[in-house]
Design a protein around this ligand. Sequence first.
Ligand code: PNS
Length: 161
Amino acid sequence: MRRAVCPGSFDPITNGHLDIIERASKLYDVVHVAVLINKNKQGMFSIEERIALIEETTAQYGNIEVESHAGLLVDFCRDRGIPAIIKGLRAVSDFDYELQMAQMNHGLTGVETLFVPTSPTYSFLSSSLVKEVASYGGDVSHLLPEVVNARLVERIAERAR
Ligand code: PNS
């Protein structure tokens, strides 16, 4: 079985994430989507909510396994026999930090990082921007799966009450 992991915060999953996960799913037998828990960051969605949204929106690909992880990404990979990390690169501005992480991870355990160029349609897209625009009432429905957009609108309304 050829395995790879798409890691991230996924707070929440966007069409940009889905683009990368779908393309990875065509290259590997099993694609693990790892929702990394960052203790220092309070998300808009709980880890359980993020996992549920990822499972629902990636079910169509048929070879995706979604899990959370609280430690180092390299440990997640080692424990599951995953030799490759797949990362989307949106723009040159992503590159410096992604290169640092790729080199650090490779130095730690030998795990490889493969960069996939994000579709130009989503090169500006991030979960943070989507949340900011939506929180001011902007329409981001074209950037998110329908179910995610609905949950985001709902969550923002809940918080405003
Ligand atoms: O979606 P994000 O927040 O840009 O994803 C970043 C993430 C979660 C992939 C990265 O911060 C990560 O790998 N965190 C896990 C902890 C870890 O392994 N840190 C060392 C990185 S060299």
